[in-house]
Design a binder for this molecule. Structure first.
Ligand code: PLP
Length: 497
């Protein structure tokens, strides 16, 4: 398997190990497979496969330069007892006619764990494979969940350290506590006075800062990324789309070859892109429905073909989706543009310069073939949490509620009866304030950990293992910096000065 940059020549390729260790391409683009393999996939053999088996399959297709034994060892380590469900990513039975694919049973209670329990294994083994003799600095921007999940995944992993930048007032109390309390000597979270887009933009700049790169090299250090800009984040996510299909087959909810839909609560477009890649690898997906919150730049994009980031930014009750520049859309654009990287580079330059771009009719037709889109505002989210709990006794977190609300609207409007899997991205206990408020109409007495107890009492259930663990850990002191100072802060943390 060879990888290329979305903005670079098709002849300039890297093996997967190099792409994963490097994170971002030098030209600012993102790594994508040069050609997707066309695996000889017998769909009926997916019936009843485990997530681990689905991962084995996907890694054999997309990371074939790592020896099979190393891939296997990585998967075994990633999907073990740190999950509070032996199925790792269980699919519910029908709830209101649809299925929820629960991706939140890992240590930080959000879907990022699926990829970030595996990525550190893949990255350190890849580094060995290519003979890297430097320490890897994982530089991460987070809207909340990637921070905690990457810190947990890389905690005390030899040869790595993690620096996470998060918006000071843009993450939930539980997310904040997770980031500040994950144990590990190699982890540093930093708050910035700005939003996620500021964090992400500056992290990208630091990545491409040649002077800084040279300073790192003299200290035997090298950057990599645990954001979904790293192809090593997307590859593990492809597996659960196959797993979900296999579960539906095993339960005779579908027959081999039947199409299914997936609705994905979307921010940086990583999760849903993994679904698109699953389709390219042969999974019969009819439609991928891109669900956004009030920051509905993607809804407008899919409906009109115009991407316009010049709009008001909202801090909502689904903070991990509060994003105006969805990085991974760039990867989809390369497909929409028939592999023309110059076209992608032009559109990205235009986005940077003018704040918007417009795809052409052919590109739009390509997008329409695979995607639909919708959004839900904060009030709708609360109503959806309330409704689904009242009708089906099934509890949604606000991100999943965005998707769930979008699905209802989509199904009513389109009449599309294809079996629907709603990708469920966080535990309701991770956002107890909104969930409690949605159920009772009352505010919690105190946000954060006390709110978890209050929600638990309301529901009369035991806390899942990962939620209970939150109460045993103390916070580090908080470090805050201005966006413009991120470089200096980083130099300080890494002792470059
Ligand atoms: C990160 C995240 C999302 C958005 O996923 P993307 O891959 O960025 O589109 C949605 N929900 C939750 C809970 C998340 O943590």
């Amino acid at each position: 398997m060879k990888y290329r940059s979305t903005r670079g020549a098709i002849t300039k390729t890297r093996i997967a190990a190099e792409a994963v260790v490097q994170g971002l391409a030098e030209d600012g683009g993102l790594y994508v497979p040069v050609d997707f393999p066309k695996p000889d996939l017998k769909l009926d053999q997916l019936a009843g496969i485990t997530l681990q088996q689905a991962s084995t399959m996907v890694l054999s297709w997309l990371m074939d330069d790592l020896p099979a034994a190393q891939r296997q060892e990585s998967i075994a380590q990633a999907y073990g007892r740190q999950w509070d469900d032996p199925r790792i990513t269980p699919l519910t039975d029908q709830v209101g006619g649809n299925y929820y694919l629960e991706l939140f049973h890992g240590p930080t209670l959000a879907f990022k764990d699926v990829a970030l329990q595996l990525l550190p294994q893949l990255m350190t083994k890849s580094a060995q494979e290519i003979g890297l003799d430097r320490q890897i600095v994982i530089l991460t921007a987070t809207s909340g969940d990637t921070g905690g999940a990457s810190m947990d995944g890389f905690s005390d992993v030899a040869g790595t350290c993690v620096v996470v930048f998060y918006p000071h007032h843009g993450v939930s109390p539980v997310q904040l506590h997770q980031m500040r309390s994950v144990p590990g000597k190699n982890l540093t979270p930093v708050a910035i006075d700005g939003n996620f887009d500021d964090a992400q933009r500056n992290v990208k700049q630091l990545f491409n800062d040649q002077q800084l790169g040279a300073e790192l090299a003299t200290h035997q250090l090298q950057f990599s990324s645990a954001n979904s800009m790293n192809i090593g984040r997307l590859i593990p996510q492809i597996a659960y789309y196959f797993y979900a299909y296999g579960q539906l087959l095993a339960r005779h909810r579908i027959a081999s070859g039947d199409e299914v839909n997936f609705t994905v609560p979307t921010g940086n477009f990583g999760d849903i892109l993994a679904g698109f890649y699953a389709e390219k690898l042969g999974l019969p997906i009819h439609r991928l429905i891109c669900a956004s919150d009030q920051n509905n730049v993607l809804t407008d994009f899919f409906r009109t073909g115009k991407y316009d980031r010049q709009r008001q930014f909202f801090v909502t009750n689904s903070p991990s989706m509060d994003i105006l520049v969805s990085s991974n859309l760039e990867r989809l654009l390369l497909d929409a543009a028939g592999g023309n990287a110059q076209r992608v580079a032009d559109l990205m330059a235009q986005l940077q310069r003018d704040g918007h771009y417009q795809v052409n009719a052919e590109e739009q037709a390509f997008l329409d073939r695979y995607f639909a889109a919708g959004f839900a505002g904060e009030q709708v989210v609360k109503e959806e949490i309330h409704r689904v709990y009242a009708e089906d006794q099934y509890l949604l977190d606000p991100h999943t509620a965005v998707a769930s609300a979008v699905v209802r609207h989509y199904q009513q409007e389109s009449g599309d009866q294809t079996p629907m899997v709603i990708v469920s991205t966080a535990s309701p206990f991770k956002f107890p304030e909104t969930v409690y408020q949605s159920l009772t109409g009352q505010e919690v007495d105190q946000p954060g950990l006390p709110a978890i107890h209050q929600l638990q009492e309301l529901l009369g259930v035991d806390l899942p293992q990962g939620v209970a663990a939150l109460f045993d850990r103390d916070d580090r002191p908080q470090r805050v910096t201005a966006p413009a100072q991120m470089g200096e802060t980083l130099r300080d943390i890494l002792h470059l000065n």
